[in-house]
Each structure stands twice: as structure tokens, then as C-alpha cells.
Design a protein around this ligand. Structure first.
Ligand code: ADP
Ligand code: MG
Length: 703
């Protein structure tokens, strides 16, 4: 038998050129191997026959054995439908068809016995199944899956109209598996791994993933395939990390000196939280180890990451190195610059700001001072990545809100000096540890899991837009207390004209509700020039503006402790992480703060769920877990560029966390013993990794 990957699916019995073309365009399947790796997304237990009385509203799929009592035709042409009353002897339900009626007419007979299968709907106590699968008793008995577990395959509309239903795909898998006869699908994992982890063979896994002999075998097959998929990802990541740490030494910061100590003892504005202290110790250990630090700092909005960043940079300065901090937006970079230069003013440290809108002359001055070593800390935006920004002694790089940057951008910082600086990336979008292991597999993770003392939890409420008048009254009462307000409009795509119309209309209306004679309003959005945006933000920061109408440009990092209300219009149009980020703009001072989520009354159940989660918890980790479960990791900001394919075939980075961990440990153990994978027993792994690399899956880019 030739390789499965060499066998064209076109010539498989029951396929042919038309279906083959669909398989190729719709799901990318051209040969036997690819088809075998197209797995069911769920399974149905067809060994169970339901009684109609057992069906409740939460029942997903049912199989019922019974007789058709009566068939009726209604309507004409496109509106035609066929209904059958189906009874299991005790009670009855309806079977309904809207499509393909011509073909069905006369096919089923009143009084005959059938097995029907499908998703029941309950309405007013009546049970019906639309477009059920239906077979005569004899057909059903002759099927090999009768009494078995049946896989369900994803199909597209195009596939369905080309007769490639889930059932048809199941049949194709069956044909491939039968064609193997005595042939055993070659193993892709070495014997020692199979033994150590207790895996079933690849052959048995592929058979049982499509045609499980039992639920135990199905579990064993899923485990084998998931572990293998995740293992090769981890093997690639760990190998790259090892090669890199061998190739690059890290700068050794041998001492904690004048700058750090003076700041810590004399100028720090408040006591560090325990979590901040712990993270600083972890960073200190890294930079004092001689290895290059690559650390991810996760901490919820408002947890005080900036101070940790600042003190890490002081470690570099104490060892005669320069430090740099990059933020994703101009507003944020400017705010960091102001915070940091103010805090460091008594220490007489050279701090500068470089962004895309820094004027040419100013830029030249900064760059010259940088090369002369007079600029010790350079803060900025993407502008820092430009080739003409040259640090003679860059020892520490901080990347804030790292999920906003792509991998390529992070990698670019590496090339800024011969020896790579220590890198601390910070994010307020916490992701579960096991997902971080894959996304940022080569980063060590630190977590700030504690907010500074004295913060009152933000009260979050969901209100329908019919209640807007009351909300405005509430806002007025907050302003009367001297507080400031954010009102945010969705701007999913900065180019969407309709969004701007909404924003403009909203702003005009607000000017009526909050007349200029009594209130000061400002507006910021992405279409404004950076300088204009900056000026508007500044007015809000200084307290001159009471209400800031904005788009998500204010989402990241901005710090105005006096702002106490975040009102979000059309809140259902935002993702959970985004809502959490926006909410993080308030609650930064000692006052009670509020987040008001405004939506229409008509809401999808998913949107309702999102509003509920937001109202229930302020815990960023919990929110991100829910978000990941609802949306899947592929939608996570920044992950598209991460290089991790989220169209994993079987594993799920969110729900298979334990297997991720197991796969990672396995990869570490193997590479500890055999870093180049040259041992006889690991040759198969080397081969597989190369093969995956050929398929353009490059784990090495994750850094
Ligand atoms: P984030 O982690 O979201 O970047 P920031 O660094 O902006 O948070 O900090 C949020 C606010 O908390 C700032 O006003 C900062 O001055 C304050 N802060 C940080 N650390 C502490 C602390 N240990 N005690 C009290 N306030 C703190
Ligand atoms: Mg921040």
C-alpha cells in the first residue's frame, strides 16, 4: 500500500470529481490522510432508543423507533412542506420536511416501522423533528453503527447541497478505513513515548476516532491524538527556546544600586503590594542570573504594572545600561512618560519620549542624546522600532499591553543590540496559564494577583436604553460630586461610516442633555490627528473636561483617578475583554466607581450572558476564561500573529489545559536528554518536526 497522503480522494468509491472538488475547496481535503485527519466534532450515542415521553427541552439528539401513522402535504411550490405523525406506541411527535419534498413523496409509507434520528424541538408541549434522518428498520439493522457511537462531522452549506452531509463524510471515512485491509497506519511517535504516556497506537486512534468501538476507546483515541498534536507544538517551542538561550547570553546585572535604592527608600509614592514585591524579586533573580530574561507579566487593569516596569528599568540603570518602554498608543506612551519622569525627577535621570509625532528637530536631539548615553530611559510607541533608533547600551526593554503588538514587532527589539536585552512584556488581558504556555511558550510568567489597597470594587450594571434619562440624572449627580465621566461608543472598525454617525449623533444629543452653560464635554476618536487627540485627552486628565465622549481609543491604560463613571453605549457590540479594559479606566481612585452597560432591550442570549458576566465579576482572569470559552482562542487579540494555528485539529487550548501541561513536560524531558533529537530512539521525532516545518507550521516564530 502506498502512503495514505499519496492516495487521491477522487478515486475513492462514492466520491468522484465533483465531491472531490468540494472537499478540496471547503475543507482542504485532497487525499486519504487528510480525510482521516478530518475528525468528528461530536458524537452521538446511537445505542440508545428514546421514548418520546423522555424528550425534554434540553435533549440534544434522539433516536426513536416507531411507526409513521399519517403523512400530510401542505402548501405549494417553495412553501410546500410534508408532515408525518410518528408514534412509538405510547405517544407521538411530528416529523417535518421543507426541502426535497419531491424526492421524499411516496418514499415513506403510513403504517411502516422506521428508526428516526434528529434534534427535537419542543413547542407548547408538542415535539417535532425537522429534517430527521430516517431509515427502515432493516436499513438501520444492516448499518454498522447500529447500536454504536456515531461521529458528527462539520459541513458547510455548499457541501450539504453537494450531498456531502455529515453522514456522507462518515461513509467516506468508512470506505478509507475498509480499504486499508491489513495495512497498519505507520506510527508517528516513538515507542518510548507511547509506553511512557500509555497511548494507543496511531492506527487504533484513527480508526476509533471515526468509528469508536466504545466510549473508552473513543476517549483513548482522543487523548492520543490531542497529546500528539500538542506535543509537537511544545517540542518546537521548547527546542527553539533552548537553542536561543544557548546562543545568547543575558546581561548580568550584578548589583542593585543607587537609583533603585534611593527611589525605593525616598521617593516611592506608596508601599508596594505583596504581589508587586514578589514580581520584582522574580525579575531581579532573572537579571542577576546571567541568562537573558523573557518574562510575561500578567496583571489586571489597575494592578500597578507601571511601577514594576519603572523599578525594573532602574535595575538596568544601576548597572550602567539604558532601558526602554514601548506602549501601543501615543496617549499611553505620553502618560507613561509623564508618570515616570515625574516620579524620577528627584533622581535626575535622563528620560525622553519618542513617538510618531515627535518633531524632526526634537527627534534628532533625542537620538543624539541617546547615542551619547545621556538618555537613560526612552519611552515611546512603535517609533522606537525604527532602525535609526540606536541604543549604545540597551539592557532592559519593557513592552506594555503586549497583546497589541505582533510577534514580528517583539522580535524586532531583539535586533536592537548585539546581545539581546532583558525583555519584560506586560499585559492586562490575562490568559489562562496553559494557553500562555503555548502562545508565549518561551516566556516565564509572573502574575500580579492583587490590587493596591483601598480600591472599592467597581459597581457594574446593565441597563436598557429605554432608561437613558435616569442614567443621565445619575451622571449629573456624580458630576455634582466633582467626578468625571467617560461615555464610550463602539467603533468596531475605524473606517465604518455608520459608527461615526452614531458617535456624532450621540455627541450632539449629549450636548443637549449636558448644555455647555453648565457642563464641559470633550470628544476623542481615532480619526482625529494625534495632536488634537492629545490635547483633548489632556483636558480630561487635567479635569477641565467633565465628560469625555470617546471610542475605544481610550481603552488601553489611560489613568484618570478622578473619573468615576464609565458608560458604554451598545455594550453588546464589544467583546468581554474589551469591556473589562474599558471598565478598568474607572475605579482608579478612592471613590466608588460605576460601569454602566447600555444595550437595546432586544439582545441575543450570548450578549445577555456577556452582560451578566460583566455585572457579576471584576476578576480579569475569570472574564478572560469565559471570553475564551465563548469565542475561542483564535479571536484573542494579537493571537493571529502569534504563529500558533488555532485551527488545531483536535486539541483545544482552553479546555485541554492539562494535556498541554503534560505535552510540555514530555517535550522538556526529551530535549533535556537529547537537545538535538539525534538519539536513535528520537529520530522519528526529528523527522516529524521537519515534516511539520515543511507544512509551514513554524513554531520557532513564537517569542
Ligand atoms: P496597570 O497595571 O493597569 O498598568 P497602573 O500601573 O496604571 O496599573 O496603576 C494603577 C494605579 O494604581 C496608578 O494610579 C498607580 O499610581 C496606582 N498604584 C500602583 N501601585 C500602587 C500601590 N502599591 N499602592 C497604591 N497605589 C498604587
Ligand atoms: Mg498599564
Amino acid at each position: 500500500m502506498s502512503l495514505l497522503s499519496d492516495k487521491d480522494i477522487t478515486y475513492l468509491s462514492g466520491v468522484g470529481p465533483k465531491k472531490a472538488a468540494l472537499l478540496k475547496t471547503e475543507i482542504g481535503v485532497t487525499n486519504y490522510e487528510e480525510m482521516l485527519y478530518y475528525f468528528p466534532y461530536r458524537y452521538i450515542d446511537r445505542s440508545k432508543f428514546y421514548k418520546i415521553t423522555e424528550i425534554v427541552s434540553s435533549t440534544s439528539y434522539v433516536q426513536v423507533r416507531g411507526r409513521i401513522l399519517k403523512i400530510t402535504m401542505q402548501g405549494e411550490g417553495r412553501k410546500q412542506r410534508m408532515t408525518a405523525i410518528f408514534s412509538d406506541g405510547e405517544s407521538a411527535m411530528e416529523l417535518i420536511w421543507f426541502r426535497g419534498i419531491k424526492y421524499l413523496e411516496g418514499k415513506y409509507k403510513e403504517g411502516c416501522e422506521y428508526v428516526v434520528f434528529g434534534k427535537p424541538a419542543l413547542f407548547n408541549g408538542h415535539i417535532s423533528i425537522v429534517h430527521p434522518e430516517i431509515e427502515t428498520i432493516n436499513e438501520a439493522k444492516s448499518k454498522l453503527q447500529i447500536g454504536g457511537i456515531q461521529g458528527m462531522y462539520n459541513t458547510t452549506e455548499k457541501m450539504k447541497s453537494g450531498f456531502l452531509t455529515s453522514k456522507a463524510l462518515q461513509k467516506i471515512e468508512y470506505e478509507i478505513l475498509s480499504s486499508l485491509k491489513d495495512y497498519r497506519i505507520p506510527e508517528t511517535l516513538p515507542e518510548h513515548i507511547i509506553k511512557r504516556v500509555g497511548l494507543i497506537s496511531l492506527h487504533d486512534a484513527l480508526v476509533n476516532i471515526h468509528y469508536p468501538k466504545s466510549f473508552e476507546m473513543l476517549k483513548a483515541a482522543q487523548f492520543r491524538l490531542k497529546l500528539e498534536e500538542l506535543f509537537f507544538i511544545q517540542l518546537g517551542i521548547v527546542r527553539t527556546t533552548k537553542i536561543r538561550s544557548k546562543r545568547f547570553k543575558g546581561f548580568l546585572f550584578s548589583q542593585i544600586g543607587h537609583y533603585f535604592n534611593t527611589f525605593y527608600h525616598d521617593h516611592i509614592p506608596f508601599d508596594l503590594t505583596q504581589a508587586q514585591k514578589r514580581v520584582l524579586k522574580e525579575i531581579r533573580a532573572d537579571v542577576g542570573s546571567g541568562k537573558q530574561m523573557n518574562r510575561l507579566l500578567q496583571g489586571d487593569v489597575g494592578s500597578g504594572k507601571t511601577l514594576v516596569a519603572l523599578m525594573s528599568m532602574l535595575m538596568a540603570l544601576d548597572n550602567d545600561f539604558q532601558a526602554s518602554m514601548m506602549a501601543p498608543t501615543e496617549i499611553l506612551a505620553t502618560q507613561h512618560y509623564e508618570t515616570i519622569s515625574t516620579l524620577l525627577a528627584p533622581l535626575e535621570i535622563g528620560v525622553e519620549l519618542l513617538t510618531g509625532s515627535t518633531k524632526k528637530k526634537e527627534r534628532e536631539r533625542i537620538l543624539a542624546a541617546l547615542e551619547a548615553g545621556k538618555v537613560q530611559i526612552l519611552i515611546g510607541t512603535h517609533a522606537l522600532l525604527e532602525d535609526w533608533v540606536q541604543f549604545p547600551r540597551l539592557g532592559m526593554v519593557i513592552i506594555d499591553e503586549q497583546h497589541r503588538f505582533g510577534v514580528a514587532q517583539r522580535a524586532k527589539l531583539w535586533s536592537k543590540s548585539e546581545q539581546p536585552p532583558h525583555v519584560l512584556v506586560m499585559t492586562a488581558t490575562p490568559i489562562p496559564r496553559t494557553l500562555a504556555m503555548t502562545l508565549y511558550g518561551d516566556l516565564d510568567v509572573s502574575i500580579i494577583d492583587e490590587l493596591p489597597p483601598g480600591r472599592k470594587p467597581i459597581q457594574t450594571i446593565h441597563r436598557y436604553d429605554t432608561k437613558r434619562a435616569d442614567l443621565y440624572e445619575f451622571i449629573k449627580s456624580q458630576i455634582a460630586l466633582g467626578r468625571q465621566i467617560y461615555i464610550v461608543y463602539p467603533m468596531i472598525q475605524e473606517s465604518e461610516k455608520m459608527d461615526y454617525e452614531n458617535l456624532d449623533a450621540g455627541y450632539e444629543k449629549l450636548k443637549h442633555v449636558f448644555p455647555e452653560s453648565h457642563y464641559s464635554l470633550g470628544i476623542v476618536h481615532g480619526k482625529m490627528k494625534p495632536a488634537e487627540k492629545e490635547a483633548e485627552m489632556q483636558k480630561f486628565v487635567s479635569g477641565a473636561t467633565q465628560i469625555l465622549v470617546a471610542t475605544t481609543v481610550i481603552e488601553v491604560g489611560v489613568n484618570v483617578p478622578n473619573a468615576s463613571v464609565m458608560m458604554i453605549e451598545s455594550a453588546d457590540r464589544f467583546g468581554l475583554s474589551q469591556l473589562h479594559q474599558l471598565r478598568g479606566r474607572v475605579g482608579r481612585g478612592a471613590d466608588q466607581s460605576y460601569c454602566i452597560l447600555v444595550t437595546q432591550v432586544k439582545l441575543s442570549s450570548e450578549s445577555k450572558q456577556r452582560m451578566e458576566v460583566m455585572s457579576r465579576t471584576c476578576d480579569g482572569f475569570e472574564i478572560s476564561e469565559v471570553d475564551l470559552k465563548m469565542r475561542g482562542p483564535g479571536d484573542l487579540e494579537g493571537t493571529q500573529q502569534s504563529g500558533v494555528p488555532f485551527n488545531l485539529k483536535i486539541a483545544n487550548l482552553v479546555t485541554d489545559g492539562q494535556i498541554v501541561q503534560q505535552a510540555r513536560q514530555l517535550a522538556i524531558d526529551i530535549l533535556d536528554e537529547d537537545p538535538e533529537l539525534l538519539m536513535e530512539k528520537n529520530l522519528l521525532l526529528n523527522l516529524q518536526l521537519n515534516q511539520l516545518a515543511k507544512k509551514k507550521i513554524n513554531w520557532g516564530v513564537i517569542s
